[in-house]
Design a protein around this ligand. Sequence first.
Ligand code: PNS
Length: 161
Amino acid sequence: MSGDRIAVYPGSFDPVTRGHEDLIQRSRAFADRVVVAVAVNAAKQPLFTTEERVALLREAVRGPGIEVQSFQGLLVNFARQVRASMIVRGLRAVSDFEYEFQMALMNRNLDPQIETVFLVPAFDLTYLSSSLVREVARYGGDVSQLVHPTVDKALKAKFGT
Ligand code: PNS
């Protein structure tokens, strides 16, 4: 049936980067709807609150078929709740692989109906991560090419830089 292929793209998004934005747009090639799912408890001490992370995502990734929600608890439960048949994750490097593979197999174990799909990010965004963006921004470095202008502003406000 057309019009109902729903993908969940989960993460901490602390904060959303150009790398995440790229993957969300790429997901639209095979999903009619992409539900970006912000994990409430993913990082113990996130820089941005859940509400801030959701608001920044909504600024950065507006577009048809894209929505942003937060979720608590198991990802597969949330995926079922929004009737998603796929979980999308990005694979940047070999270092991502083991964790991602474990997670995909565990999620399949929890719900065999939901398929995990790995996407390769744009070449020039491959090195990018939220933790590096936070670190550079914390010490006043320029991350304006790596994040949406609203996120850049929010980082400057957070760190007083
Ligand atoms: O961006 P991150 O921090 O790598 O995202 C990790 C995330 C949020 C996708 C993962 O921690 C997760 O799915 N958390 C929800 C709880 C859950 O379902 N855990 C079991 C996964 S096997």
